[in-house]
Design a binder for this molecule. Structure first.
Ligand SMILES: [Zn+2]
Length: 165
């Protein structure tokens, strides 16, 4: 086996990609479009979004706890601990190495969030669960996705979460 340097979020990426591509959601579950977020070492979170931009999956890396620099009155605060230069590109390269072709990246250094778009659609049941979410509560159409009835809430509980990394 060739020697490679593991990505710092190796285990989290394995868990998140398994969820996106191999986890089957029940036919009566619905899931928010934000996907699943996992905490990683180094003050990072990784989110796995089944249906993001272009209706394809997106992997998002965020600084978990941002420290802000106060630049004085009337000036925007800037992050003291943004994503590292090259960090988003390294994530995209790691996803490609794992066999998930990348469509593009957004944001990254010097920001506090970065996104990688993937070409391969998520598991069809993941896409279907998000579509059921967007249709909203079928018993109370006026309340849509904001319904709080038991039937609607039970649909969220039936989704299968990310496996623990
Ligand atoms: Zn309802």
């Amino acid at each position: 086996m060739p020697e490679t340097t593991a990505h710092p979020a190796d285990a989290v990426l394995t868990a998140g990609l398994c969820w996106l591509y191999e986890t089957e959601q029940p036919a009566d579950a619905h899931a928010q479009h934000h996907g699943e977020m996992l905490a990683a070492d180094g003050n990072r979170t990784y989110s796995f979004v089944p249906v993001g931009a272009r209706k394809l999956p997106v992997v998002v890396v965020d600084v978990a706890r941002v420290e802000w620099i106060d630049n004085g009155p009337n000036e925007l605060k800037t992050p003291a601990n943004p994503l590292e230069p090259g960090e988003l590109e390294a994530l995209a390269a790691e996803l490609e190495r794992r066999g998930f072709p990348v469509d593009g990246t957004w944001n990254g250094h010097p920001g506090i969030t970065g996104s990688v778009g993937l070409r391969r659609p998520a598991h069809p049941s993941q896409v279907a669960a998000v579509e059921r979410y967007h249709r909203g509560c079928q018993d109370h159409p006026a309340r849509s996705v904001f319904c709080d009835c038991e039937v609607w809430r039970a649909g969220f509980r039936r989704t299968h979460p990310t496996p623990a990394p």
